[in-house]
Design a protein around this ligand. Structure first.
Ligand SMILES: [Zn+2]
Length: 421
């Protein structure tokens, strides 16, 4: 039997993002990509079995060899924040916003999330599965090999469970690893507008116990924001999640400083997401709690708002990840590579920080950086081969997909024009 099932050989660069056991990278470590020039990656039984110089390996030792000369190998991207399961488009609202209406004005007039909730509640389950599978194919095409998907367009017991069951089905049907999050506390649904407490009780006393009992989600998220949930309501919801063994995350300080980041720190949440308006004290607390800051530049682009101040968050020593926030209302895109380009061009993240934010740190936000997010022996063989001679080109030559191959769990699941050695 040969040593490797698959060998990617002679790559111009293997960008390992090796972390030597660290959960995430922060500060100066985010600029350390641990690149191997003229490198090779050997795969055995779905796991990485060798990473190092190409000179050190015999191509006769592999069942299949890919000649990666002139190409760059990266770990599979991890999209750690999406709302990928939904029905109905919001292209009309998009047009309204372009004409001048704000996101909050649209929400106040019954559009926005409420519109997606109506369409999603009405959608038959197979339609939701089919739509999400197409989007997952699109994600994979941009190099996403692990993805988080939130519920949050059901907003009643039946439909929130339905959405998480759809996510469970996607886990069976699609090669991309799908990580489910319960977001019953996305917004207060219209029918509970005058009795918010009853909705919070529904989330904490019925939905969370059911989701946890059936293992339909790994974590519980809450949108702490004016027009969504207060810090106190968020605390009640996250406390219930913790009681039932779920991890926590928070949509925090997106439009206003509403205490979301502090709440995330208080619960040692896996991630605090958005953070456009988080103050310096909140950032210091996030660093202490080991929470990953997930920044979503696609949302700022889509809503024509200022980009999150990444430098301030990076300089505070908080590990930063990037994600699409793929959803019909505030970022209708699966293109994780574009988020890297935006972060570099508009948020002054260095290209090294961008790579770490799309891989290891995003994996940490999903509590998976021990298995994915870097090219290290023993980790899952989730690998991307780009037809460019260095990682800088991926984000520099932007709006173009340079990906030529995706390896998922050791299998070539996507390839165009690869060369057999
Ligand atoms: Zn979101």
């Amino acid at each position: 039997m040969k040593r490797f099932d698959l060998l990617i050989h002679g790559a111009e660069q293997v960008v390992t993002v090796a972390a030597d056991g660290a959960r995430a990278k922060a500060g100066a470590a985010m600029r350390d990509l641990r690149i191997i020039p003229h490198g090779a990656v050997g795969v055995s039984r779905g796991l990485i079995a060798y990473v190092g110089p190409a000179e050190g390996v015999d191509i006769g030792d592999a069942e299949r060899v890919v000649d990666a000369s002139g190409r760059t190998v990266l770990p599979g991207f991890v999209d750690c924040h999406t709302h990928l399961v939904f029905a109905g488009g919001r292209e009309k609202e998009f047009a309204r916003r372009i004409a001048g209406a704000t996101y909050e004005e649209i929400a106040a007039s019954g559009g926005g999330i409420a519109e997606t909730v109506r369409a999603t509640r009405a959608a038959p389950r197979p339609d939701l599965v089919e739509g999400a599978l197409e989007r997952l194919d699109s994600c994979l095409g941009f190099g996403t090999t692990t993805i988080e998907i939130k519920s949050g367009y059901g907003l009643d017991e039946e439909n929130e469970i339905k959405l998480l069951e759809v996510v469970a089905e996607l886990r069976e049907l699609h090669v991309v690893d799908v990580v489910p999050t319960f977001l019953g506390a996305h917004v207060v649904p219209p029918e509970y507008r005058d009795r918010r407490g009853d909705y919070v009780a529904l989330v904490t006393e019925r939905m969370i116990p059911e989701v946890a009992r059936r293992k339909l989600a790994e974590s519980c998220d809450v949108f702490v924001e004016r027009g969504a949930f207060t810090m106190e309501e968020g605390r009640e919801i996250l406390a219930a999640a913790v009681r039932h063994g779920l991890r926590t995350r928070v949509h925090a300080d997106q439009f206003t400083a509403g205490g979301g980041a502090e709440l995330a720190a208080e619960f040692s949440a896996l991630s605090a997401d958005h953070l456009d308006h988080a103050g310096p004290e909140s950032l210091a607390r996030l660093r202490e709690s080991g929470t990953v800051a997930v920044l979503l530049p696609g949302v700022s682009l889509f809503l024509n708002q200022p980009m999150p101040d990444a430098r301030r968050i990076l300089d505070a020593g908080v590990p930063v990840a990037l994600a699409t926030d793929m959803n019909p209302g505030s970022c209708m895109s699966e293109n994780i590579q574009l988020m890297g380009s935006l972060a570099a061009m508009q948020m002054r993240m260095s290209l090294e920080e961008v790579v770490v934010a799309l891989t290891l740190n995003a994996a940490a936000a999903l509590d998976r950086s021990d298995r994915v997010g870097s090219i290290e022996v023993g980790k899952k063989a989730d690998l991307l081969v780009f037809d460019v001679p260095s990682y800088e080109h991926i984000f520099y030559h932007f709006g173009v997909n340079h990906l030529t191959m995706v390896v998922k769990n050791g299998f070539m699941v996507l390839e165009k024009g690869y060369k057999e050695a």
